[in-house]
Design a protein around this ligand. Structure first.
Ligand code: C2E
Ligand code: CA
Ligand code: CA
Ligand code: CA
Length: 277
């Protein structure tokens, strides 16, 4: 018995070591990738459920790794946060997103673009200054800049987050609470946040047609958001039934594979809402 569990343990730590060294290698490479032009901006459309009109996009990072191909952020954002690389990564994203907004603006396109900020960004005393710098460089319209902050990131230091969000709001940008329903923010905190919208987490949305409980959560979150004067976006909309249900529930915006996967930024301007929506 003892020998068996020792063996299991050895296998277990062996796996951990391997994963750990893979991650260490990735961190070392990520450092160079950020500066060396290997990150790519993808944009996923958001569509108005009532009218079917395209009304903005979320900026999502991809890593064009020279050997491993396109790597998704789920594999490197956490690592970047833990390795102290989130500041350069966010700065890269701010630069890429503002550059894209500038290009759209020059073409007469007014597409709001949402940028994800991590908990570390929110705790950085220089965040507002950094964002201000990008505004000075690109001269984009603040109303077309949106920031998405996860509920759990806001809760790491709720008072400070509130302060930072108020400063961002003073710049004229839009703010969204991301992954809503997965954190434990109190309703009084939510009420004090200068947010414009909430995004219902995809874990509820993708299950809502199969589970009454998820449907109930989505339904009451939409009503809560509207009662607080907030716009409501559903993420992870994967099929027509969910789209229809969200329309019935008067959710405002939908985002998900049913509408479109994230697209390379350069392809976004030519994208059109699928017929019938
Ligand atoms: P998120 O902010 O919740 O973004 C939504 C994620 O859901 C994206 O994954 C998107 O590709 C995916 N998605 C979209 N539609 C569907 C759908 O219908 N079904 C399913 N199952 N998934 C869908 P992605 O691009 O892999 O990004 C993962 C997470 O990485 C994001 O989650 C966000 O938290 C983070 N992230 C991405 N880009 C950045 C960035 O530039 N900075 C920071 N700090 N975080 C980022
Ligand atoms: Ca997001
Ligand atoms: Ca989300
Ligand atoms: Ca998420």
């Amino acid at each position: 018995e003892a020998r068996h569990s020792a063996a299991r343990c050895a296998v277990f730590t062996g796996d951990l070591d391997r994963e750990c060294s893979r991650n260490l290698a990735l961190i070392a490479e990520l450092h160079r990738a950020i500066a060396g032009g290997q990150l790519r901006l993808y944009c996923q459309p958001k569509v108005d459920l009532a009218s079917g009109a395209a009304c903005g996009a979320e900026a999502l990072v991809r890593w064009a790794h020279p050997d491993q191909g396109l790597i998704g952020p789920d594999r490197f954002i956490k690592l970047a946060e833990n390795a102290g690389l989130i500041t350069p990564l966010t700065d890269w994203m701010l630069g890429a997103a503002f550059r894209q907004l500038y290009a759209w603006q020059a073409d007469g396109l007014h597409i709001p673009l949402a940028i994800n900020l991590s908990a570390r960004d929110l705790l950085d005393a220089r965040l507002v200054e950094r964002i201000h710098g990008h505004f000075l460089t690109w001269g984009v319209e603040p109303a077309n800049v949106q920031f998405e902050l996860t509920e759990s990131a806001l809760l790491e230091d709720p008072d400070r987050s509130l302060e930072t969000l108020n400063e961002l709001k003073d710049m004229g940008v839009q703010l969204a609470v991301d992954d809503f329903g997965t954190g434990y923010s109190s309703l009084s905190y939510l009420q004090r946040l200068p947010a414009d919208s909430i995004k219902i987490d995809q874990s509820f949305v993708s299950r809502m047609m199969a589970h009454e409980g998820s449907d109930a959560i989505v339904r009451s979150t939409i009503d809560l958001g509207h009662d607080l004067g907030l716009g409501v976006t559903a993420e992870g909309v994967e099929d027509l039934e969910t789209w229809r249900r969200l329309t019935t529930l008067k959710c405002d915006l939908a985002q998900g594979y049913f509408v479109s996967p994230p697209l390379p930024a350069a392809a976004f301007a030519a994208w059109q809402v699928p017929a019938g929506l």
